[in-house]
Structures are given as C-alpha cells and as structure tokens.
Design a protein around this ligand. Structure first.
Ligand code: SF4
Length: 325
C-alpha cells in the first residue's frame, strides 16, 4: 500500500519484506514476498491465513528472530533490519512475543517467579525486592495468585501456562506484543478467557498487537485491521468492519465460507458450514505462476495463470490483490 509520511508514524512498519530459506540441493523456499504492513500504537493488526502461508515467519522477521532477505523492519521510526544484537536487545524490551506453546517458552527448571523476574534482571531493572513485587503484581494482572511464583511450569494447565507466558512478555511493559497462534493450543473453554484477558491487558497497558491466527473468528474478535495472507503474500487488507462487510478476494471469501457461522461465540461450540476451499496450499518451493491462488480459485482465468495481481486499493484503505476485485 502507498505510504503517507505526513501521518503519525506507525509503531511497527514492515516495508517490502521478503524472506527466502535456502535448502539443501540449491532449492529455495520463498516464504515471504513484498509484504508491506504497519501496526499503529494501541492498534491490533490481525494476520490470518492457512497453515504455511508465512504468518509465523513474518512474526519472526518482525521480531528480528530471523534475518530479513529483502526489505526493512522499522520500529518506532528506527530501521532495525540489520541492527547488531546488543542494540537489538534494548529494543526487544519494547517488543515481546507470545508463542503457541507456552511450555516451550518457559524453562521447566525455573520457578515461575524466577522466569518472570529474568527479563528484569537482563535489562537491569530494579533491586531484588522491587523485582519480586513486580512479579507478584503481574501474576495478579493475569489472574493468578501470588503463590504461583514458587511453583514450576509442569504444575499448570495449558491455559494457566499461557497466562504465565503473557505475564512474562509484559514484565518489561512492551509497546508491541506479537501473538503467534497464542490460543490455538487451548481448549475452547479457556480460549475465550485468554482472548478476553489479552483484550483487557491491551487496554490497560496501551499495547499495540500483531495478532496471528488461522482462525477467522478469533481474529475478528481481536483485531482492528486484518491482513489475509496466501503463500507468502498479503492478498487482502482492510479494517475489520470493511473486511467482514465485503470480503473482496476469492480466498478471503472462501475462508469466510469455511469458517464458523458469524453468530458463533469465540471459544464456544462452533457451527461450521462445509468448506469451499478445494485442495491444499501449494508448496512454497514451487509456487504456481501468475496469481498464486489460481490453482484453487473458482474465478481463475487464463490471465490469472500468467500475470500476478498487485495489491491495490479498491475502497479507501481496503486493498486487494486480484485482477477482478
Ligand atoms: Fe482468482 Fe484470478 Fe483473482 Fe487470483 S487474480 S484471486 S486467480 S480471480
């Protein structure tokens, strides 16, 4: 999308991001291509698409957990694309991540109190008493009792562990929280509780969020703006109301047709309609020519097989990458 430098700068600005992975035998996976997205302060950008579309790779690129192949990652006006590790460590205090599997992100040998205190120690914040008070206060903010600090990760359920992971991510009071399928592994009964907790914390901490999920209902619940990804590219971008009022890309329309009915509660029993998306996502090792979606698109023409559509504005900030949108 076209950038307007006269408006307030975004907190996270991903500019023309490309990411390639080189495999054995000289093969190359094009995981991301020319992705342009911005997250403003206090705003949640939802990122949705099927498994393998590049959502998690984009999250890791944004956090600089993996290097960028092309483009720029700009945080609060600073280009951090090639920033050295030491400078990046200070920046990381302002941008934190919550992963799908909280158990993997918590050291099983550390007590919860120690795990939460660790970011404060690394960033040299406060003395031992102050850090301890902050740990107890943060456990309270995520709905856990103070005695949780003395226990270990294996003693908790998945939902409790995700609350602990969220508490740890917020210990340094970041401005940006990147949530990568943060509720996907949870039972439906606790999913809504954790989502509502994230909404509460977003409001009270004034967070911006990059919220990644394959679940459209979850993204609709959480996001102000939504980007739909397919095979490493953004194919549709819009504010939430505009997207659900009039999805314009055939892929978004198919995802919505396959999603639970709009009235279904997030985390509740979902009444699904039959999916209309035929086939699997093609391999990123050999993506289809032209529009990557043409092998599954009911509206594909000969032009789609040879010419890749650019993401273009069709209605204000609503952007679509389709020749016929
Ligand atoms: Fe379908 Fe063609 Fe549009 Fe791609 S460009 S989404 S194949 S109609």
């Amino acid at each position: 999308m076209k950038r307007d430098d006269t408006v307030v700068r975004p907190l996270l600005d991903l500019r023309h991001i490309g990411k390639r992975f080189e495999l054995a035998g000289g093969r190359t996976v094009h995981a991301l291509a020319d992705v342009n997205l911005q997250v403003d302060r206090h705003e949640t950008l939802g990122l949705v698409g099927e498994s393998g579309c590049g959502k998690s790779t984009l999250a890791r690129v944004a956090m600089r957990l993996v290097p960028v192949s092309e483009g720029q990652v700009v945080f609060d006006g600073d280009d951090i694309t090639t920033q050295p590790r030491r400078a990046l460590a200070a920046r990381r205090a302002r941008m934190q991540m919550v992963f799908q599997d909280p158990f993997a992100s918590l050291n099983p040998r550390l007590t919860i109190g120690r795990a939460l205190e660790e970011p404060l120690i690394v960033q040299q914040r406060g003395n031992a008493t102050e850090r301890r008070e902050r740990v107890i206060a943060m456990l309270g903010r995520v709905g856990l009792r103070a005695d949780v600090a003395e226990r270990h990760p294996h003693e908790f359920s998945g939902g409790q562990r995700q609350r602990i992971a969220i508490a740890r991510a917020l210990m340094l009071e970041p401005e940006l929280l990147v949530c990568d399928e943060a509720v996907s592994a949870l039972d439906v009964s606790v999913r809504a509780q954790v989502l509502n907790l994230l909404l509460e914390l977003r409001a009270s901490f004034g967070l911006a969020m990059l919220f990644i999920s394959h679940d459209l209902a979850v993204v609709r619940h959480m996001a102000d703006k939504v980007a739909v990804m397919y095979l490493g590219r953004v194919v549709e971008f819009a504010d939430r109301e505009s997207l659900w009022r009039q999805p314009r890309h055939p892929y978004t329309q198919a995802l919505m047709a396959a999603a639970p009915t709009p009235g279904a509660r997030v985390g509740g029993a979902a009444k699904a309609v039959p999916p209309t998306l035929a086939g699997d996502v093609p391999s990123a090792l050999a993506p289809p020519s032209g529009c990557h979606f043409h092998t599954r698109c009911p509206r594909a023409t000969e032009r789609c097989r040879t010419e890749a559509p650019a993401l273009r504005a069709v209605d204000g900030a609503h952007g679509v990458a389709c020749h016929f949108a």
